[in-house]
Design a protein around this ligand. Structure first.
Ligand SMILES: [Zn+2]
Length: 228
């Protein structure tokens, strides 16, 4: 009987500690925001000679990525969250080094992220598939990163604000260079499919882009534990 009581006390104590540490975590994050110390890298995928996917409506992925990335930046900065962009115009990050322009560009993005040491890095992309019917946003994370997985789960749910009928789930990956080589939690947000006519037309629409940007910001805040 006494043992049982002790066990119950122990469980209660542990539960209490867990609650305290959880709320402390939130406190620390919102403290970071008020002090402007929460840092996020926003990476607009592709650029310059690398257009990324080409839309069924001829939209170039690099342009859509940049437009959405800039909107995310604006919203985050209004919330006193520090933003570092990998690019802010139609450029490549390659700088006459070794390897192809694409390889140099990817290396430079990873270096920038690792040097910045953000709380989270979010890479913005658009998807494409040979079957036009496929659509919906999807978030990718590095399969060996628990924080990346947590961020991806929160982000995937946040994106339901854009399309509540999107049943896609966040997905683990071990192939993407950016996910493998970054030393901080990093996620890739594929905002939608440029191969789907309806979605491609939405993805070039400013209001729709704003909706996506707002959802991504919700996801970032959710991950960082920013108090509403
Ligand atoms: Zn892409």
């Amino acid at each position: 009987m006494r043992k049982k009581v002790e066990l119950v006390m122990l469980i209660l104590l542990l539960a209490g500690l867990l609650t305290v540490s959880k709320s402390l975590e939130k406190y620390v994050s919102s403290e970071k925001v008020t002090k402007g110390k929460l840092t996020v890298v926003i990476d607009a995928g592709h650029g310059e000679q690398d257009p990324g996917k080409i839309g069924i409506n001829d939209a170039l992925e690099k342009d859509v990525n940049l437009q959405i990335a800039k909107k995310i930046k604006n919203i985050l900065e209004k919330k006193n969250i520090k933003v570092v962009m990998t690019r802010e115009d139609d450029t490549s990050l390659a700088r006459n080094g070794e390897g192809s322009k694409k390889v140099q560009d990817m290396k430079a993005r990873v270096e920038l992220i690792n040097k910045t040491k953000p709380d989270l890095a979010v890479s913005i992309h658009q998807n494409s598939y040979h079957e036009e019917s496929v659509s919906g946003a999807q978030v990718f994370y590095f399969m060996h990163s628990t924080e990346g997985e947590r961020a991806a789960g929160i982000m995937q749910k946040a994106l339901l604000a854009v399309d509540p009928d999107n049943h896609r789930q966040e997905k683990a990956d071990d192939g993407y260079y950016l996910l493998r080589r970054t030393e901080v939690p990093t996620i890739i947000v594929e905002c939608g499919f440029l191969s789907n006519r309806e979605e491609a037309d939405k993805l070039v629409d400013k209001e729709y882009q704003k909706k996506i940007a707002e959802a991504v910001v919700q996801g970032i805040e959710g991950f960082a534990g920013v108090k509403k």
